[in-house]
Design a protein around this ligand. Structure first.
Ligand code: FPP
Length: 354
């Protein structure tokens, strides 16, 4: 999988650069925002919009959402090279959500460097994040203008539905964080992930299906595959946050035990609260609810998760979701090489180190 991601990387980055120019020029602004009624201040807009967008895009990221989209295009018998700009839609949307998410979580770091709201002010970061929600939508009307109007409308409609559900999931996550006494069940957590992270996966698959005019049952099957894979990915992310931190207090500074520090009710935390003795469960909850914790307290919470077997529990759950995802694409008649790549995706989202 790493090779597939690496192979597509330069072409995806080039397509993103086509859509998000580094240098603000009149033409770019007019293209996206209409004819100016007065003379813009290009340097101001560069500092307030283009620089923040590129600050994050230049840090990379795995770009797996764009690559998965291209694999689906290939699966549907079209040439992925011709759909590179569309591959940027989920990728740019994803970058927008992580900027907003980092502000909401008061995250310190992103992709190994200070989060965008620490490099620029919060207002600049939020504006850049929001711009990334809308900027890629233009692609549907700018690129391949021979795309039939009904397919463009179907794509817009799908994007609006899935993005709305993304915010519903984010809303659940925020609410559980703010209302500390709420005891979240594994089922509720999985539903929240299906919205917060799964809907972007659904966008990847449904966009490929809609643009290549697949029947509704095929669109739904690939959407389910991508949603389940994305939820497995989210659980993998929660596991990484704990595994990378265990026994490493002080080494990561504010990156150490992020989810626990932020009071996140992840599947690991939910499991540990359910499985630990009442006193240990209360101690874990107290650490999660505290506004400030020392590295020692974060380390203590991580040890509770480890001792409760919550890492193994979460990994088993992610593996189960990955198996379900593979089941969704069985029988769609994809080429064996495509099936191999889609299988690899479900493994990669769990067994990765970044
Ligand atoms: C509405 C709203 C703000 C929703 C937020 C949803 C959200 C941020 C979910 C988290 C998804 C996630 C684990 C991102 C990291 O992706 P990655 O590891 O693929 O990142 P990369 O691009 O850096 O590789």
């Amino acid at each position: 999988m790493r090779e597939t991601l690496g192979e597509w990387r330069p072409a995806i980055d080039e397509a993103i650069a086509d859509l998000v120019p580094r240098e603000v020029e009149g033409e770019y602004l007019e293209d996206f925002f209409g004819e100016p009624t007065y003379e813009y201040d290009p340097e101001g807009i560069q500092r307030a919009l283009s620089d923040p967008l590129w600050e994050l895009l230049d840090r990379g990221g795995k770009r797996w959402r764009a690559v998965l989209f291209l694999v689906f295009i290939d699966a549907f018998g079209e040439d992925p090279e011709e759909y590179l700009h569309y591959a940027c839609i989920p990728e740019i949307l994803h970058n927008g959500t992580i900027i907003v998410d980092d502000v909401e979580d008061e995250a310190a770091m992103r992709r190994g460097e200070p989060a965008l709201h620490h490099v620029f002010d919060e207002d600049v970061a939020l504006n850049a994040g929001n711009a990334m929600y809308f900027l890629p939508l233009k692609i549907l009307t700018r690129e391949q203008t021979d795309l039939p109007a009904d397919r463009r409308l179907a794509a817009y409609d799908m994007l609006m539905d899935e993005l709305n559900r993304t915010h519903l999931g984010q809303g659940m996550d925020i609410c559980w964080h703010n209302e500390s006494e709420v005891r979240v069940t594994p089922e509720q957590y999985l539903e929240m992930c299906a919205c917060k992270t799964g809907c972007l996966g659904r966008i990847v698959a449904r966009l490929a299906a809609i643009l290549t005019d697949q029947p509704a049952d095929v669109e739904e099957a690939v959407a389910s595959y991508a949603e389940l894979t994305a939820v497995a990915f989210q659980i993998g992310d929660d596991i990484l946050d704990v595994e990378n931190s265990l026994g490493r207090a002080g080494e990561f500074g504010k990156e150490f035990g992020n989810d626990v520090r932020e009071g996140k009710k992840t599947l690991l935390v939910i499991h540990a609260i359910e499985e630990s003795d009442p006193e240990t469960a209360r101690r874990l909850e107290a650490i999660l609810e505290a506004d400030e914790n020392t590295d020692e307290e974060i380390g203590e919470a991580l040890s509770i998760l480890e001792e409760a077997g919550s890492i193994e529990y979460a990994r088993d759950h992610a593996l189960e979701l990955a198996a379900q995802a593979r089941g969704e694409i069985d029988g769609l008649g994809f080429d064996p090489e495509i099936e191999r790549q889609l299988r690899e995706f479900t493994e990669f989202v769990i067994d990765r180190d970044v």
